[in-house]
Design a protein around this ligand. Structure first.
Ligand code: F6R
Length: 265
């Protein structure tokens, strides 16, 4: 894992946006895995600004979101589809038919829909860069603690903690879905590259556990230790519990040294 620590969430957003820019410069028809939540909003704003300045284009990009609430209409302002339209898609030059979220309305067969979502990702050639946030309980997507590390897209029951974290977006408890359809951990691990963003002190424990703790279903993000190309972008508060912090900084210095050597050689 490539652990990068920045002074604040603004610098994290800029670093994340730069990873997306670099990918699209190299592969304009890239397949991006998208996340919702508070964390990526700053980064999305930067990508929107790039599009407005005509320095970046999403016209050939395909996207797959991690998750969506069960039984929610895409037109519902609380849906993750509505979030993506508001925070990104409505402001960039992406072809909306290339934007995908998992979806399962009440009464629909979630097993069939989950399988179709996986098949569509595969048909588009797989995900080049999966963007992730991190739950305070270590979840990625809606893979809550105890999720199977080999899980694929499916319905998950949200924990009380996750419901409380997201309670602010719903008028009352009854209106808040307790189920979500989410890419599985094995689905996420198939992305060619993964970029996880975590900011704020509330994420510090989960960051320590997934980066430095044992691989365990109780901390789903720890499964990222099995992937060979993961970038972790943290601000100071989110990095504050890491035991090997000094080491991550030395690794970065040495990477710069190696890159300079290559240029000179
Ligand atoms: C969102 C998602 C979740 C969030 C996580 C962090 O699509 O899958 O895993 O990334 O809950 O949420 P924020 O960024 O709001 O702290």
């Amino acid at each position: 894992m490539d652990i990068m620590i920045f002074k604040d969430c603004e610098a994290v957003a800029e670093a994340g946006a730069q990873v997306v820019r670099n990918l699209l410069a190299e592969k304009p028809a890239a397949v991006l895995g998208m996340a919702t939540g508070n964390t990526p909003i700053r980064m999305y704003k930067k990508l929107i600004a790039d599009c407005e300045n005509k320095t970046l284009s999403f016209k050939d990009v395909t996207t797959f979101n991690l998750d969506e609430y069960h039984g929610i209409s895409p037109r519902d302002p609380k849906s993750y589809r509505a979030y993506m339209q508001k925070e990104l898609f409505d402001h960039i030059d992406i072809d909306s038919s290339n934007t995908h979220l998992p979806a399962c309305a009440k009464g629909e067969d979630h097993r069939v829909l989950s399988h179709q979502y996986e098949a569509l990702i595969e048909a588009k050639g797989g995900i080049d860069l999966q963007i992730l946030g991190l739950g305070q309980n270590g979840h990625i997507g809606f893979n809550e603690p105890t999720s199977s590390l080999g899980s694929r897209t499916r319905i998950k029951t949200l924990t009380r903690g996750t419901l409380n974290d997201n309670r602010q977006y719903f008028d009352d408890d009854d209106a808040q879905p307790h189920l979500a359809i989410t890419m599985g951990i094995a689905t996420i691990l198939e992305a060619r590259r993964i970029m996880l963003l975590a900011t704020g002190e509330g994420k510090a424990d989960a960051v320590r556990q997934f980066v430095e703790g044992p691989v365990s279903a109780i901390c789903p993000a720890s499964a990222l230790q099995f992937h060979n190309d993961v970038i972790v972008l943290l601000d100071e508060p989110a990095a504050s519990s890491l035991a090997y912090r000094g080491y991550y900084e030395r690794v970065r210095e040495q990477k710069i040294y190696l890159a300079d050597q290559l240029k000179e050689g």
